[in-house]
Design a protein around this ligand. Structure first.
Ligand SMILES: NC(=O)c1ccc[n+]([C@@H]2O[C@H](COP(=O)([O-])OP(=O)(O)OC[C@H]3O[C@@H](n4cnc5c(N)ncnc54)[C@H](O)[C@@H]3O)[C@@H](O)[C@H]2O)c1
Ligand SMILES: [Zn+2]
Length: 368
């Protein structure tokens, strides 16, 4: 089992436990002043792993209430947030309640936001059950819900009391969700850990199987995000490096009505942004090819047939300038991002973006 400490803005940090059986430490982390547990859980995860989680909770929480979150990003909504908050109020839960969020990024973001707002804030624990939530959504203190105007537009920074990432729970992940999480692991390797990148290349196709990443490799991917967040807890600059692959990825998701999975869209986004990095940030062409090669080996796409015109409305163009540019986080080489002196992004003209998108579209590689 890995024991990590997650840095927090106030400098104290909180514990993270990673590995099979991480849930066993729940009683040791449970505080005597927490008189009730509000388990806010993804419905699918509850069906698969609820009995095991409840068994652990019964060993420490004097009272337990369970609140289901229907699966899917559209349920990370104001409606679900209000419905669960009202139920918790009807159940007369007080400030001595610890909210336990169980599931992927949806249940964790929603649960964290509930914890931040319920009775002006109650403590919470995060129990991630997807690869993405393990290496990304459970880290860094961002919580929130979606609005029709966009994703994650209402939220709060709220640090959990602890993160318990029991990797045994990842074995039941559908292949698509696992692959999506792999894209984020690759992203972390490109951003700050060339040795992690090489390790992923070494494992290759074997990583396609859900649950196949070993705990030390997961810990490396986690450390990349923790390091970045420690240096920029409120996203003032450096944290933008974590957007690698996401500017184009988000545009592709939006342009296709979210029919392309987030992880697949990020994979395409990384492949295209790597083309731009070669042109604009001296990213070696050999590194670009290694990245596209690794994504393909992992079963992730590196191109998409969507015409560039359909992406354009979804790209955040800087409207203050006539030649409105898009600001991208680009790698300088595998394991290091460019732009340290200019706020960690580089301005890219839409014409350059179009050229990179169309170059990739013409390349061989797995389409999304
Ligand atoms: N807070 C942050 O810093 C942060 C960072 C990245 C992403 N996010 C958010 O995370 C969300 C995406 O998270 P996600 O990819 O984990 O998706 P998710 O929570 O929607 O889970 C994906 C699917 O997997 C199922 N599932 C979860 N765990 C399972 C398991 N162990 N076995 C079987 N099925 C399981 C769920 O029911 C769901 O259908 C987005 O809303 C995104 O905005 C937040
Ligand atoms: Zn992502």
């Amino acid at each position: 089992m890995f024991r990590l400490r997650c840095p927090t803005a106030n400098g104290t940090g909180h514990p993270l436990r990673l590995g099979p059986g991480a849930l066993d430490v729940l009683p040791a982390l449970w505080r005597p002043e927490w008189r009730a547990a509000a388990l806010v859980a993804d419905r699918t995860v509850l069906a698969l792993h609820g009995p095991a989680v409840l068994r652990h909770l019964r060993r420490c929480a004097p009272a337990i209430r369970v609140y289901e979150v229907p699966p899917g990003d559209r349920h990370k909504s104001a409606a679900t947030w209000l419905r669960l908050a009202d139920r918790m109020l009807a159940d007369r839960l007080g400030r001595d309640t610890c909210l336990v969020a169980l599931g992927g990024g949806v249940a964790l973001d929603l649960g964290g936001f509930l914890a931040a707002t319920f009775l002006r804030g109650i403590p919470h624990l995060l129990l991630p059950t997807t690869l993405l939530a393990t290496v990304d959504a459970s880290l860094g203190g961002k919580t929130g819900i979606n609005r029709p105007a966009g994703k994650n537009l209402l939220g709060a920074f709220r640090v959990p009391a602890a993160v318990l990432a029991d990797t045994a729970l990842l074995d039941t992940l559908p292949a698509r969700e696992w692959r999506g999480g792999l894209a984020e692991v690759v992203k972390h390797a490109v951003v700050a850990d060339a040795a992690l990148f090489a390790r992923l290349e070494h494992e290759g196709r074997a990583l396609r199987r859900p649950g196949s990443l070993d705990v030390p490799t997961l810990a490396r991917a986690i450390r990349v995000k923790l390091d970045v967040v420690a240096r920029d807890p409120f996203e003032r600059g450096r944290r933008r490096v974590l957007n690698f692959g996401h500017t184009l990825g988000h545009a592709l998701e939006a342009a296709t009505g979210h029919r392309v999975h987030h992880g697949a869209a990020v994979a395409v986004g990384m492949a295209v942004e790597a083309e731009l990095a070669v042109r604009l940030a001296r990213f070696p062409a050999a590194d670009r090819d290694r990245l596209a090669g690794l994504l393909a080996v992992l079963g992730l796409p590196t191109r998409h047939a969507c015409p560039f015109e359909r992406l354009l409305p979804h790209l955040e163009v800087d409207k203050k300038r006539r030649d409105g540019k898009v600001h991208l986080a680009l790698p300088a080489r595998l394991g290091r991002m460019a732009g340290g002196r200019t706020g960690w992004t580089l301005p890219v003209a839409p014409s350059e973006l179009r050229a990179a998108w169309e170059t990739r579209a013409g390349r061989t590689g797995r389409p999304a």
